[in-house]
Design a protein around this ligand. Sequence first.
Ligand SMILES: [Zn+2]
Length: 427
Amino acid sequence: MPSQTDDLVHDDDVAVAADFLDYLRENSLDPPGVSRASFGPGERMAHARLAEVARCLGLVLQTDFVGNLFVTQPGWDPSLPVVMIGSHLDAVPHGGNFDGAAGVAIGLGVLAGLRRRGARPARGVTLLAIRAEEMSWFPTHYIGSRAGFGLLPADALENVFRFDSGRSLASHMAEEGFEPERVAKGEASLVAAKIHAYIEPHIEQGPVLVDAGIAVGIVTGIRGNVRYRHCSVRGTYGHAGAVPRVARRDAVMAATAFVQEIEGYWLAQEAAGADFVATVGQFFTSASQHTITKIPGEVHFTLDMRSENNAVLMAAHAHLSIKAREIAEARHVSIDLGPHTHAQAATMDGDLRARLRRLAVAHGIPAMELPSGGGHDCATFANQGVPSAMVFIRNDKGSHNPDEAMEIADMAQALRLVAALVDEIAF
Ligand SMILES: [Zn+2]
């Protein structure tokens, strides 16, 4: 618990948030870690608990046809667009307790503070608990937020299956009492024009804040990605001793030259100050054919590139396509990058970022700016034109694993910063 409090956030508000997290952990233990399946028992439990706590605080509750839960402190002018704080309550199998839930807990703490102070903002302040963010359950991104905006493609309902049950998204959604047929029609419970600002607090999923010794992060943008899941290099199998170098069509040598090209591009981007990361997460020869004494004739690999800047991603795609052709020609192999997918990067609102920077200084909250490497529902809001911001909380050992380690004192700092922003833009 922080010893230092100010009027906006009291130790009691931090305790509401921390108790909520404790309850979630105790009720979704699945050693090692916790599991909260999207449209499953864990997520249901978490939503029910949020509703229970929110009712006790005297807040207004509403669940949409997707299952997203809106918890609102009404404003005195209902015609004004609301200030929204949002995050998700599902958690990957055997994951940590804080990914997603810490953001909802912070929203709950902010609302608890408003109730405690008897504050009546001009704008409504809404905490949104978003369904099904973790792609490990249903392999499609941002289900709850996209469905809320009426943007989830109808075919995802029948053609996306939960990994554990094998049943469709529509089936699980209906089982939890929601209405996939309204999702299919593209109905919307979220309308950009009715949201003044969207703020998503989240634990940091990388080591930047821990390494910097700073409790709170102000996110500059959410990295988009370009992904190639089926890259291949094809050469010719041959005897490891009998074929001279110039006569070889070695798929591994060509593939590694291409990977070196990726790293070279990365270094150039870094030198130019551009945001860029790249990962070759899978890289393998054909298990049925390769041996220590054979020149490899075939390599398959994946490539995941991310940047805050869509132009950087498109330039990388163009550059690497040319390099693939050059390397293939020089080494007498074929390089096929296969189809790629592109998730748009999202820019965080400049005004909200400036306010957060100023408020952090004014309230003595140690904070720094950084990009978000992981995707978040916030990208959906930002790309719908809602002024959006993310606040990161220092967290050791990454996320999506049982070892994630966020200190409640750090969460309290993020809570103070979000409360200060709400105080400035909702009243
Ligand atoms: Zn998350």
